[in-house]
Structure formats: C-alpha cells, structure tokens
Design a protein around this ligand. Sequence first.
Ligand code: ATP
Ligand code: MG
Length: 576
Amino acid sequence: MRYSRYFIPTVKETPSDAEVVSHQLMLRAGMIRKLAAGIYNYLPLGLRSIRKFENIVREEMNRAEAIEMLMPGVQPAELWQESGRWTFYGKELLRFKDRKDAEFCMGPTHEEVITDMVRREIKSYRQMPVNFYQIQTKFRDEIRPRFGLMRGREFIMKDAYSFDVDSSAADSSYDRMYQAYMRIFTRCGLNFRAVEADTGSIGGSSSHEFMVLAESGEDAIVSCNACSYAANVEKAESAQLPVGTETGLLQLQEIATPEMKTIADVAAFLGVATETTVKTLVYAHENGEIVMALVRGDHELNEIKLKNHLGWDDIQMASEEQIRSCTGSPIGFLGPCDLKQKIKVIADNVLKNMVNVVIGANQKDLHFTNANCGRDFTVDIFTDIRSVVAGDPCPRCADGKLEMWRGIEVGHVFKLGTKYSKALSATYLDPDGKEQVIFMGCYGIGIGRTVAAAIEQNHDENGIIFPIPIAPFHCSLVAINNTKDAVVMAASEDICKQLENVGIEVLFDDRDERPGVKFKDNDLIGIPLRLVVGSKSLAEGKVELKIRATGEVHTLSISDAVSMIQQLVKGALERD
Ligand code: ATP
Ligand code: MG
C-alpha cells in the first residue's frame, strides 16, 4: 500500500477530550473519528486492525467448531418481553417504534434472537451440541460512553451461543470456548488473565472474564502469587484471616467523638488501628426493604456480594431519612446497638473473630469501644460481604497471597443454564421422545475494545507499538528523498514488491515529506517493523531495519532484510 494514495490523517496534538492513552493514540494515528458520543467512524487504518483481530477470532471460533451466522441489529420488542428483559434491561436498551407503532430495540446482545431461531429449528437431541457465533454491531446506550472504542455505544462484538442437551454437555461447550479465548488473546500477544467473575442475578452458574492487564483498566482483579486462582474483585474471596491474640471481653464504654464521622478520624482520635473498628452501612432496596451491613473498619463493603447474598435485583445506600427511621442516628455514628427498629444485620465473616471493637453508638458524636457481638449487639448472619485486599490469604491454596491488578474486560464466557431457553420454551426431544429444556452458554468478545486494550498495553511516548498479529501493516518501508532520488525510489518499489510477494503487508511511505515527518508518523501509527531505504546505505547495497518494540536497528543487505522480516512476521503469526 502506498502511503501517498492511502488515508491516514495523523494529528500532532493530543485531543483534549481523550482521557486514556489508547483513545488519544487511536485519534492521533487517524484510526478512528468520533461521530457522536460513543459512536465512531472506523477509518482505514483502524479498520485494518479491527479486521485482523476479527480474523483471529473467526479462525479460533471455527477451530472450536462454532458456526458463523449473522443476526440483525434491530430486534422486535416481543422477544424481549418474552424473556422478561424488556423491563429488566433498563436504559441501555435503545427502544423505538416503527411507522406502524410496533416496538423495537437496537440489539445490545442476542440471547433472545438466537434462542428464538433455535427453538424453531432445533427439535432433537441429535442436532446438539451446536454453537452459533457472529461478529456484529451492538448498540448499548451506555450512561458514560468514554475512552473511545473501549466503552462505546455502538461497538463490534463477537458473540457466540452454545446449545446442549444437559448441564454437563453445556460445561464441555463452555470449556471449549474458554480454551478458544485463551488461544485468541495469546495469539494477539496480550498480557491477560482469565478471572472468575460474578454471575449476578442469573446466579448459580459459572462465568469467567478475560482481562487485559493495564493500569487504566476499569476492573480490579486479583490473582494468587502461588496458584492459578484469579478473580474479579467483585467476586474474589479470601481464606479466613488469622485470629488475633485472644483477650477476654472488656466492658463496653461510651466515648465522645464530636464531629468524627469517618473511621479514620475515630481511630486516630482513640489511637487505635482501623483494624479494631467496625464500619456500619445501611442499604435499601427500591421496594423500601432495609438492611444493615458491618465490615471491619479498614475493609470495603462489596455491594455486589451483598446484593447477591440478599437476592436483590437492585441495591442502593439508604437515604438519611431511612437510616434515621431504623437507627435513630445521624450518618457517621451508625452502629448495630440499640436499633430503633428491627432490621436484618449482616456482618462480614471477618467480624466473627473480632472482640472489643470500636463501633458507632447510634447517637450524634458518640462511639462505643469494647463492643462485642452477642453481648452488645446482634448479628443475624455472618457471610462474605467485603472486597478482598492485596495480601489476603488465597482461598484455594495454603501459602498463596492475593495480588491486585487493574484489567480491561475484553471477553466474557458465561454458563446460562436454562434462563433463556425456559423463558422462550426452547426445548428438544431426548432419545426417549421426552421433551427437555435446552442448556445454553454465551460468549462475548469486544472487538474494538480488544484493539484499544492492546494499544493501552503496547505503546511508548512516540505512539502505538502494535503486536504483529493485529498491526494494520506488518512493515513500513520508508523511502528517503524518494521524490527526488530515482534510484532510491526504484529500489524501494522493488523491495516493496519482494516483501509483498512473500506475504508481508507493507505500508510504502512514498510521500514527498522530510524523513523526520515520515519516521514520526510511522512510529505514531505503530507499525511493528520499519525498513529505511536511503541513498547512502543503498550505495553499499544496505538497508536499515528497525524493530519498533525494542528499538533494535539492523543494517542488512536487501535480501537479508527481506528474509529477516519474513522470519519475524512468520514467528509472530505462528500457531500450532
Ligand atoms: P462492561 O462491564 O465493561 O460494561 P459487560 O459485562 O456489559 O461489559 P458483556 O455483556 O459481557 O459486557 O459483553 C461482552 C464483551 O463486549 C465485553 O467483554 C466487552 O469486551 C465488550 N463490551 C461490552 N460493552 C462494551 C462497550 N460499551 N463498548 C465496547 N465494548 C464493549
Ligand atoms: Mg456493560
């Protein structure tokens, strides 16, 4: 491809509305342009990377015997009403009416559509297992579209849906997709982790997220430093913390803590560690139900764990009014002692081993010290409701400690069980002619998000450093002074042909620009290999090959350069 005939509108300045590096670089490299919030044009260079990644995904899906198809973006409301999600999905579902007043939505995902197709076409156990996938545009009216392709409103997703005769067959389909995902992200050269994920309101079944490790990631994940345990913090557990030195129960004391509304204030005032304090939080359901939750002072309550424990579909901090009505206390001095009204008190497991704690006294400017569960207050249930922290003991192995990372969720695999097949009556006849409900799994990969995540992980101050498998071109060929130097131009054209003949994708920078401009642009757009053809070295039969990622420079004969490029590309694209 000749740069001069191509379209790469690079930009020098960092766009002010782009917060993360990948968004900045994709704009600066002329890969994408914003049309509206969360809606982008994929310019030629961006599209090339997207297509490269799609092809890797497609190859691995096909290898795992998933079958490609394509479903529509516009979906009728009836299907969503049948699954119950027309009301449940909320505002991310963009709804509209056609000229006949029939209701539709833009598909944010395709469980309903595929289950409808399958219930019509799959009638017998003989037709399963089967797994359908597509690479298609989704629309989600995200509340905060941001970070470019990372969280768009319109975005490309690969989604696959497996259909099996029973739960154990569905587990095999799930494992197959899990392995395919491992291969996909490995092939892209990404540093990633597969982590256990929360299954939310669907419950029971299992789920893994594939996280590209990056500081800018929106998710917090943990992994064990000794075994393979890894989980999203939303879900991560820890082994029981070691018990402190035993002391007898001391006498409850009331302490004045004027204006000290935070745990840190109170602990500092009393000269104790926050680990000896207990934090009290009050949560409410939309329907008005209220619960009190207790966690150790230095721990964070995990709302997702609490919500799952309660089986609630929604959770929010209780209002000041709600808090006053059940505790009688202003915020900042809450505690489980002397409640005005009986509410359920849920304490984190860690509190089981704590004695003589500092806790709010349910009165303005007052705390208790030496409060003890059972004697001074009642806990209805002990369960895991805190977020783990770095250094917590691993829940799976004896000596491991948890380490924390930030990650970008690029893929998600999920055992759905019979949630959708039941709701939509997707059944089949078993060998005995008996009607049975189909077991499903669903498997998503964010195509644009993965390309953005790859950039987030692979860049330097000069721009993008694409891993070869998803680079828009393998190699750039920078011809120095080519518009004035016919020898350089002819040699460059010849080298370009030689490279293309051996399957290398070359971006031939034949522009009438100074070398500095060409080098800058080629660094910015992240082409992994750069071959420079200049008159001086050419006179000695040499060209210069630079590896973008390491900065290594090799001065080589033309034929050596061609074979080295060929080797490097082949090595990067190799798979077993
Ligand atoms: P998130 O928690 O980031 O909103 P999600 O759990 O809603 O993601 P899924 O419904 O599992 O995402 O979608 C499958 C994949 O699609 C995700 O793993 C992610 O890679 C991608 N994806 C989801 N939402 C977006 C978005 N708004 N923009 C780009 N990619 C997205
Ligand atoms: Mg989402």
